[in-house]
Design a protein around this ligand. Sequence first.
Ligand code: AMP
Ligand code: MG
Length: 351
Amino acid sequence: MHLSCRILLLFAVLIGVAACDRGPRDHHQTLLVFGTLLDIKAYTDQPAEFDAAVRDLERTFQAMHREWHAWKGDGELVRLNRMLAQGDPMTVTPELADLLQQAKRHAELSDHLFNPAIGRLIALWGFHSDEPPGGPPPDAKKIASLIDETPSMSQLLFEENRIHSTNPAVSLDLGAFAKGYALNLAIRRLQAFGIANAIVNAGGDLCVSGHHGDRPWTIGIRHPLGEGVIASVDVVDGECVLTSGNYERYREYESIRYAHIIDPRTGYPVEHVASATVISKDGGLADAAATALSVAGPAQWQRIAKQMGLAQVMLVDDNGDVHLSPDMRERIEFQQPIGQVIVSPGLDAGS
Ligand code: AMP
Ligand code: MG
């Protein structure tokens, strides 16, 4: 090639690189927060703003973990649980009051299948610790006596940010709800820093904003019974996808797995559901609902989904059969062979 051509080519490449630098592209960071890896991806031409937003998120998430963990340290939720157990009221921050009011609403709409007031049961099973214990399941009498105490979110009363409980057995654990709430918050925080196209993913639970260039964000939902991704779905601005799965955490004894999701009616871990996935613009609702629908199971999930105002639901049962709302059926792409597909009629589009 003639020298001048080479120079021209080099010049073109340099201009190209400079132009690319100015255009939006993928930026990616990972944080260790909430005891899990939080993956933050943005499609942006503002890397400095993205970095600043991620640092801000790291601080916010660490504070949330400290204050909203029910069992570790001496954060706000630990203190509140102590006061409720003594029968005393406590004034909490507006943020925690808001979180708990939302949790109460979701609990009531789910017929209390999502019941974050069953902290004592969760602790009895050992699912409050980062590493669930081995060993035999807890004593049946102890489980029965905690069920007899009937802790419920309806017993939690609010006078603005002053909270008390009419039942001292209420012990709050936000493990089924806080992650979805926090993911929503993360997306809003990124937007406040000018990052309009992002995906925030904590172990497969995620919220998105905007889109990925001229395409929507496409995400995969993990197969709860096998390897890899069971299905993919395009998610649009503001949507969150939350999955509750028996495969995530469990205790195992004599080859029996006890899942970390507890049926508040019986005090025992749920069976018959491998995973429940919910798509909604409200991450906290989707998280609470994914847990509630895991408890509801193949026979009752439709009623609970309707009460909670959900239109986009997928349940995988322990046979590998897939139960779908019509709206979910419309948009989901299966990535591997699955069992029977059962599309349920009667769920209105909406949420
Ligand atoms: P998730 O993965 O969102 O379904 O949350 C599961 C976690 O929520 C468990 O590890 C427990 O800490 C807690 N949990 C278990 N069963 C319930 C339930 N029925 N309602 C509310 N929280 C629960
Ligand atoms: Mg949940």
